[in-house]
Design a protein around this ligand. Structure first.
Ligand code: ZN
Length: 412
């Protein structure tokens, strides 16, 4: 990599601070809420950013793929796909971000108007500035710098600004992957929609999620004569301790994840009887499980079913298991995939940190790519204020992440 040229690009990006804040302000002023959040969808925000991209940068291709949705006034949810041609078209580097936001929530918790960007202590505040406008602004200014300096990227660069990420992605990335052949197996795909404050986490994998409702039926009676009833709470408590054994049964480790093990935790408990001197005839508790991808959820379910059977026999209760949420993990992006290697090098060059490919316990939008066999990673340098009041992002991080993208786009 040409050091002097790289320096010029970095300097150019440093000069965009005010413009980045300006773009954040304009995007924040157009709330893009999906219809399930009582919003009009992303049409206005998409129209604005498309025009901005044409005027401020200029792309070789700039298309909009609409997913029909009659719940919004425009009748569809916009997905923008922009391509800037590089020296080679053998593969593309993609950055995918989403245009929609979540509602601000309780307004009294905000120190300023969520839809008017406030700048303070090097941060921009407003709903959407981090989630996910940070992820739109950063690749855009990387490309603006290259364009203004007359530098052709090493390979074709693609931007996908999609709708509907916050409410299921059916009209966003899912629609794009299913209906338009824009992504290729050899492409490098980066989703700047999660991260850590020092920018060292590259998310490559996720655990399966399984939430289970456990209902135990016994027989209510007076607490002084327990022999006349069946204590559902006591029986359920025995099942809770048996469920703890899942940690020993499924004790596989994978150091990509933090924590490196599967977790099986009893969590919510529904109210039973209002008074102390009643033996409860009903008990309901819930289990939150985050399971390593190599372990099948069916197998875990069978094991819990067997444990429940033992408790039923021992106590004479009836136990019903009902899944509340069940999401089998997508195959992981390999830790040595080209996208991980290239992105790590760029992060190291700009921030001086050794990035780590990691797995997390919750689902991310990258799973839609991974299920289709595309190697996608999630990365950005953010404080993770997503969905919180007083959401902010650091201007320094916008500048830094734009440099990382620029460097990545110039890398052969
Ligand atoms: Zn997001």
């Amino acid at each position: 990599m040409d050091k002097d040229l790289m320096k010029k690009v970095y300097e150019k990006i440093e000069g965009y601070r005010d413009e980045m804040v300006d773009l954040q302000s304009k995007l924040t002023a157009i709330p893009a809420l999906g219809p399930t959040n009582d919003g009009e969808g992303e049409e206005k925000k998409a129209a604005f950013i498309k025009e901005w991209m044409e005027k401020e940068i200029g792309f070789d291709e700039l298309e909009q793929h609409d997913s029909p949705d009659d719940r919004v006034p425009s009748g569809s949810r916009p997905n923008i796909v922009a391509i800037m041609k590089g020296a080679s078209d053998a593969k593309r580097i993609w950055v995918m971000a989403h245009t929609d936001i979540v509602p601000p929530g309780e307004l009294s918790l905000w120190d300023s108007d969520p839809y008017t960007v406030k700048v303070e202590d090097g941060k921009v505040y407003g709903r959407g500035v981090e989630d996910n406008q940070h992820g739109m602004v950063t690749p855009l200014f990387a490309l603006k710098a290259l364009k203004e300096l007359g530098i052709k990227p090493a390979t074709d660069i693609g931007l996908a600004f999609v709708a509907d990420e916050e409410t299921g992605s059916e009209h966003g990335i899912q629609y794009l992957i299913e209906n338009h052949d824009v992504f290729k197996k050899q492409d490098l795909i980066i989703v700047p929609d999660a991260g850590v404050p020092d920018g060292s986490m590259i998310e490559v994998a996720e655990k399966s999620i399984y939430w289970l409702k456990v209902e135990t039926k016994g027989k209510q009676c007076h607490a002084s004569t327990p022999e006349q009833g069946i204590n559902a709470h006591k029986a359920a408590a025995h099942l809770v301790t048996r469920i703890g054994k899942l940690y020993e049964i499924y004790n596989q480790k994978d150091v990509v994840f933090d924590p490196p093990i599967s977790t099986f935790e009893p969590t919510k408990k529904e109210n039973n009887v209002p008074n102390i001197n009643t033996i409860p005839g009903d008990d309901v508790f819930y289990v939150d499980m985050r399971v390593l991808p190599e372990i099948k959820l069916d197998e875990v379910h069978e094991t819990i079913l067997r444990m429940a059977g033992e408790v039923e026999k021992e106590f004479g209760v009836t136990i019903t298991l009902s899944p509340v949420q069940r999401e089998e993990a997508a195959p992981a992006t390999p830790t040595d995939a080209p996208v991980v290697i290239a992105l790590s090098a760029a992060i190291k060059a700009v921030y001086g940190v050794e990035a780590k490919p990691m797995g997390i316990g919750g689902g991310t939008v990258a799973a839609f790519f991974r299920r289709k066999g595309f190697h996608a990673v999630v990365w950005s340098k953010i404080d993770e204020l997503a969905h919180q009041p007083n959401e902010y992002t650091h201007i320094d991080n916008m500048v830094g992440d734009a440099k990382v993208f620029a460097r990545l786009f110039m890398q052969e």
